[in-house]
Unconditional design. Structure first.
Length: 131
């Protein structure tokens, strides 16, 4: 199964947990900004909005660590097995890149979401979005 192989390393599992945490943070912030629609300064909300950015960045970093972990363990296995089959090597590279592609895609989407939430928060405070 492709998904279980992609997220099975030590950093892949952590990345998936972080992805769920980011989704949870996004829902909490969106409810706070769009459903409750409070006009006064919301204590801690700015920090929660920026937490989305932090955790997404960490997830991307961990995906690169996972790729290098996969390269290290895969190359070590190839050396011990004494094979140089190109299919095995290309499979190793493809497996290592799946998590990076997933996390970069996730990061891109949630940076747009972060910007939308940040803009809404700044507008509620009566501040310019770009400053």
């Amino acid at each position: 199964d492709v998904m279980s192989e992609t997220f099975s390393g030590p950093f892949g599992v952590i990345s998936v947990i972080i992805a769920f945490a980011v989704i949870f943070l996004t829902i909490i912030n969106a409810v706070e900004l769009y459903v409750r629609k409070r006009k006064e300064r919301m204590p801690g909300l700015e920090r929660k909005i920026h937490a989305i950015q932090f955790w997404c960045g960490l997830m991307v970093s961990l995906s690169f660590l996972e790729a290098f972990w996969g390269y290290f363990t895969g190359i070590d296995s190839i050396i011990k097995a004494g094979t140089s089959d190109p299919k095995v090597i290309l499979s190793l590279i493809a497996d290592s890149l799946r998590l990076i592609i997933f996390s970069l895609s996730f990061f891109s989407v949630f940076m747009i979401v972060w910007y939308v939430l940040w803009s809404k928060y700044r507008k509620l405070l009566g501040k310019n979005v770009l400053t």
